[in-house]
Design a protein around this ligand. Structure first.
Ligand SMILES: O=C(O)c1ccccc1NCC(=O)[C@H](O)[C@H](O)COP(=O)(O)O
Length: 214
């Protein structure tokens, strides 16, 4: 798998070949698939498998699961080759998933205030995301932005990624303020929920990379 450069870029919630191919062409480090049925970005294991084969060896694939059982994950892995499991669950459950499947696990940390920022990394990487509103129908992918200033004094020594409300025109500022080593976007590179826009993907990757070099 490619090593990521100054800043890692993940594009999440791919549902179709046009968007997937744009991620590969423009050099995204990770491409994410959402296995959460209530999401507009939901894909079946078979759909994900069809897409992952298009980018073999050129980008890592990430499967996103919300409070999954082992069977939920196993059902997907029967079809789709995933490099990383990103989960919304407790730290204990994330650790268990890593042991059961032997794959790198990333855990989402919903953050409402500085008290929610993790002090250690229970798995391979943590995702720092805004805590969703109470009436949200999903725990992420809501185009909701974190108050980045909250992270300015937070200096983790473990791998992490910034997510939530990132866009072509704010990713550089987000990286500058937070010092994020990697960024994750979904809504910000879409023309409609679940439909990725190749031009926005290209600009997002370029702007994130430039920010990482600054
Ligand atoms: O995207 C979804 O529909 C989704 C459903 C359930 C859990 C998480 C989900 N998305 C998470 C993400 O795609 C990423 O965290 C993303 O970077 C943040 O989303 P966005 O604010 O839309 O860029």
């Amino acid at each position: 798998m490619p090593e990521f450069g100054p800043i890692g870029v993940k594009i999440c919630g791919l549902t179709e070949a046009v968007g997937f191919d744009a991620c590969v062409e423009h050099g995204a480090d990770w491409i994410g698939f959402v296995f959460f049925e209530r999401s507009p970005r939901f894909v079946t294991p078979q759909q994900a498998a069809g897409l992952t084969t298009r980018g073999l060896g050129r980008a890592s694939t990430v499967g996103l699961f919300v409070h999954p059982s082992d069977e939920d994950i196993a059902r997907v892995l029967e079809h789709a080759a995933l490099d990383v499991l990103q989960i919304y669950a407790s730290e204990e459950r994330a650790h268990q998933v890593a042991q059961v499947f032997g794959l790198p696990v990333w855990l989402s940390f919903p953050v409402a205030g500085p008290q929610d920022l993790p002090v250690s990394c229970p798995v391979q990487r943590v995702l720092i995301e805004p805590r969703p509103p109470k009436d949200a129908t999903r725990p992420g992918g809501n185009a909701q932005k974190l108050d980045w200033s909250m992270l300015s004094g937070w200096k983790p020594v473990f791998p992490w990624m910034l997510a939530g409300g990132l866009k072509v025109d704010n990713v550089a500022e987000a990286v500058r303020i937070t010092g994020a080593p990697a960024v994750d976007v979904s809504s910000g590179v879409e023309s409609a929920p679940g439909v990725k826009d190749p031009a926005l993907i290209a600009s997002f990757v370029r702007n994130a990379r430039q920010a990482g070099r600054a």
